[in-house]
Design a protein around this ligand. Structure first.
Ligand code: GLC
Length: 530
């Protein structure tokens, strides 16, 4: 029997930008609860909500100052309890974000830890003496500015490690007390009925025990992401990360039917190790490789095949096209290919994760310099690293502020300029909109075992087309995607027999099959029943 997290579709909500219910211009938990009907109708199975915990918001919630409470911006614990219940009433699973690599520098644990070298929590964080020259202990760099990842603490005369902002000190998971405290956080939420966690930068949690210098990156040039000046051999994905993965899994396994999803930004052969040697690691180590592969049929086919081959026995695949850290898919590949991309995401073998707003084909927002919120953009402006563009509010209707927040309130990030046209209500009313198409595609996936759990095989196709078969028992689907702006002919790989086209990314009449072939329009993707 397949699990819900295998057959199902995950939908990521960036809570600040989904629905404001109290008129402060920031989305919140009651806002999500209000919109559960929309998600149910869309046809997704689970929602993952980025962090909603108390936080000074140096990194918009990824700097947690209390793992067991709710930030007042997002509501109260009662709102969360209500959301968990309401989600379940809508047949939706609820996945929270767990941030184990670092806390906020305002977390009481860190305040205690930095108070003295003899603090009982000193070792809960990563403190080191200066190098012999008085400088930082090694050459590790902060992800957000490419400056040293070590911050000097004059009072206690040591450096602490921060893989991200100085306001996000890294935790020391080699300390058993810290570990126990963090694992209890998982239990706290599991006990409340939460169905799983997306685990923030899980592959960074264990660092080299000897704190060796990272090697320089020979391919780095000025103008590139400054953090990439070194290759992160020793500051992430060290061999003993498997222990961390297993500790988490053991807690999840104390409960029934929960899921752990790791945020792991690695190529397939490294990524799949995070399933665990005897599959005692993550259920789903997030597979981001589609985001980093050129949008080209041959490259995508190679990626799918490489990943399928790399997957260990018993490992369930998954695919991601976008999230709150990546420019939106419709901006990356264009509006026409965004539909093809959606068809790909929802017809590949494995659990898809959909980023809020991608079902509308939302584009990156235009953020004026004075509107910038993201610390990454503030640290290294102008390199295109800022993440505000993909975090703009979801437009619900055509009114000013698009029903996200009241018309007279300034939202925390501006609505997209095209929100009066690209919004949920207008797309619901349009039979050929991206939203209607996505909904049909989800419906088809839900009702077709070949698509939601069948095997994957590549099919022959000319340049520019990506074609594959999904098969479950007797049921066979073919998917063929025209990843170019030109018309293309596809010769069916077998007897046309009863083959028929079930769904197209394009409006209008479905293409017919004649003489064992069909013609795809520019940017057209098709699902066929064989
Ligand atoms: C993850 C999050 C990102 C955050 C970072 C630090 O990559 O997705 O948004 O800034 O971790 O927590």
């Amino acid at each position: 029997m397949s699990k819900w997290w295998q057959i199902g579709i995950v939908y990521q909500i960036y809570p600040r930008s989904f629905q404001d219910s109290n008129g402060d211009g920031v989305g919140d938990l009651p806002g999500i609860t209000q919109r559960l009907g929309y998600l149910q109708e869309l046809g997704v199975d689970a929602i993952w909500i980025s962090p909603i915990y108390p936080s000074p918001m140096a990194d918009f919630g990824y700097d947690v100052s209390d793992y067991r409470d709710i930030h007042p911006l997002f509501g109260t614990m009662a709102d969360m309890d209500h959301l968990i219940q309401a989600a379940h009433d809508h047949n939706l699973k609820l996945i929270l974000d767990f941030v184990p690599n670092h806390t906020s520098d305002e977390h009481p644990w860190f305040l205690e830890s930095r108070s003295s070298r003899r603090s009982p929590k000193r070792d809960w964080y990563i403190w080191r003496d200066p190098a012999p020259d008085g400088g930082p202990p090694n050459n590790w760099l902060s992800r957000f500015d490419g400056q040293s990842a070590w911050e000097w603490d004059a009072k206690t005369g040591q450096y602490y490690l921060h893989s991200f902002l100085a306001e996000q000190p890294d935790l020391n998971w080699r300390n058993p007390e810290l570990r126990a405290a963090m694992l209890d956080v998982l239990r706290f939420w599991f006990d409340k009925g939460v169905d799983g966690f997306r685990v923030d930068v899980s592959y960074r949690v264990m660092k080299d025990a000897q704190f060796r210098d990272n090697p320089p990156n020979p391919n780095w040039q000025p103008g590139m992401d400054p953090a990439k000046q070194v290759i992160e051999t020793y500051s992430r994905n060290t061999p003993d990360i498997e222990h961390f993965n297993r500790w988490l899994r053991e807690v999840a396994d104390e409960y029934e039917d929960r899921v752990l999803i790791g945020e792991i930004n690695l190529p397939p052969h490294e990524l799949v190790k995070h399933y665990g040697r005897s599959l005692n690691g993550f259920h789903l180590p997030f597979n981001f490789n589609l985001i980093f592969t050129p949008w080209d049929a041959a490259a995508v086919r190679t990626l799918i095949e490489t990943y399928e081959v790399a997957l260990p026995d018993g490992a369930w695949p998954n695919w991601v096209l976008g999230n709150h850290d990546q420019h939106r898919i419709a901006s990356r590949v264009g509006a026409a290919q965004a539909r093809v991309a959606m068809m790909l995401l929802l017809t590949l073998r494995g659990t898809p994760t959909l980023y809020y707003g991608d079902e509308l084909g939302m584009l990156d927002g235009d953020i004026a310099p004075e509107q910038v919120q993201d610390p990454w953009e503030k640290k290294v402006p102008g390199l295109g690293l800022g993440r505000d563009p993909e975090r703009t509010p979801l437009p619900w209707t055509a009114v000013p502020n698009a029903g996200f927040c009241p018309p007279d309130v300034t939202p925390w990030l501006p609505l997209n300029a095209d929100a009066a046209a690209v919004n949920v209500a207008s797309q619901q009313a349009n039979p050929v909109s991206m939203l209607t198409f996505t909904q049909k595609l989800i419906q088809l996936r839900r009702e077709t075992a070949a698509l939601n759990q069948g095997s994957y095989h590549s099919l022959p196709a000319p340049d520019g087309l990506l074609a594959y078969e999904r098969r479950h028992g007797e049921q066979i689907c073919w998917v063929v995607l025209n990843m170019t702006g030109e018309s293309k002919k596809w010769e069916l790989p077998g007897d046309a027999g009863e083959t028929s086209v079930l769904l197209s990314t394009e409006a209008g009449e479905l293409p017919g099959i004649a003489n064992g072939a069909l013609h795809l329009r520019p940017n057209e993707g098709l699902v066929l029943s064989v």
